[in-house]
Design a protein around this ligand. Structure first.
Ligand SMILES: Nc1ncnc2c1ncn2[C@@H]1O[C@H](COP(=O)(O)OP(=O)(O)OP(=O)(O)O)[C@@H](O)[C@H]1O
Ligand SMILES: [Mg+2]
Length: 268
């Protein structure tokens, strides 16, 4: 018998209330399954609810409606086996690298020697072992992001939620970290849900790409990326896939622009 999906998202919705009291529909009604060990990328226009969706799955935001099932069980709060790497660097500035990485195991009461040994193992994985005693302000952006990734890995989550983890990096570092992430994913068999603005990045990484609409976010298209890894950006499928996704994103951006203009006109 084939096992069910590791994550099942059903009719998930999120409404916020802005400071002036007006309701903001952030995520419309989203339904999808993630099979175990899949690498899924989410792309969508800015403000369409991608971070909100991830934060709901991480249990950091309550859903207005809908359901999140993890291995067949409905969850509504942070789950030990679901880890998150945030959109902005989120290291604790007063802790050095090793203590940042061993934060999760420390909360769980792991003995110091054990958690530090594990943290060092993960730091080695991303070539950061020589910086274990450095503080976040002493690191470059790419190094900080590596630490943030291994900090999530140190909790040994089955599912890794990643919110534009490479967004702020230069192109060269981004490509290096994409490779590293694929290596980690292949060796440690994680399930990854990865938000990105980079269509190229999504095609390089994902088994499947979900394209979201402008706010309120819905899933407009789900694209299987049927290319062997390591993927070459010169592959003949690359261009047409990118074109398909960019066309949808452009239409969505135009629709969002028209909505904003219409709302402004109404106010005047
Ligand atoms: N705590 C909050 N209170 C009110 N509105 C919020 C809150 N968090 C997010 N929103 C609104 O919800 C919508 C979706 O935000 P979200 O951060 O999920 O977008 P996003 O797709 O991640 O955007 P980006 O690509 O720019 O990161 C936006 O309109 C945002 O203003
Ligand atoms: Mg976001």
């Amino acid at each position: 018998m084939k096992a069910g999906p590791i994550l099942r998202i059903e009719a998930l919705r999120k409404d916020f209330r802005a400071n002036n009291g007006t309701p903001v529909e952030a995520v419309a009604e989203v339904t999808f399954d993630i099979p175990e060990n899949d690498f899924v990328c989410i792309v969508g226009p800015s403000g369409c609810g991608k971070s909100t969706l991830l934060r709901m799955i991480a249990g950091l935001e309550t859903a207005t409606a809908g359901r999140i099932d993890y291995r067949g069980e409905t969850i509504s709060r942070p789950h030990r086996e679901i880890g998150m790497v945030f959109q902005e660097y989120s290291l604790l500035p007063w802790r050095h690298v090793l203590d940042n990485v061993s934060l999760g195991p420390e909360f769980l009461g792991a003995p110091r020697a054990e958690r530090e040994a594990k943290a060092m193992e993960y730091l080695r994985l991303v070539g950061m072992e020589d910086f274990s005693r450095a503080f976040p302000h002493e690191l470059s952006g790419g190094m900080r992001q590596r630490v943030a990734i291994v900090r999530a890995l140190a909790n040994d989550p089955d599912v890794l939620l990643m919110d534009e983890p490479f967004g702020a990096l230069d192109a060269h570092t981004r490509i290096l970290l994409q490779k590293e992430l694929l290596r980690i994913w292949e060796n440690h068999r994680k399930t990854i849900l990865f938000v990105t603005h980079g269509v190229d990045e999504a095609i390089y990484l994902a088994d499947r790409i979900m394209v979201m609409s402008a706010r309120p976010g819905r899933i407009l298209d789900v694209i299987d990326v049927d290319m062997e890894r390591p993927r070459l950006r010169a592959h003949t499928s690359y261009g047409p896939l990118a074109e398909r996704i960019l066309t949808i994103l452009e239409q969505e951006a135009a629709a969002a622009f028209r909505d904003t203009a219409a709302a402004k006109h109404e106010q005047e």
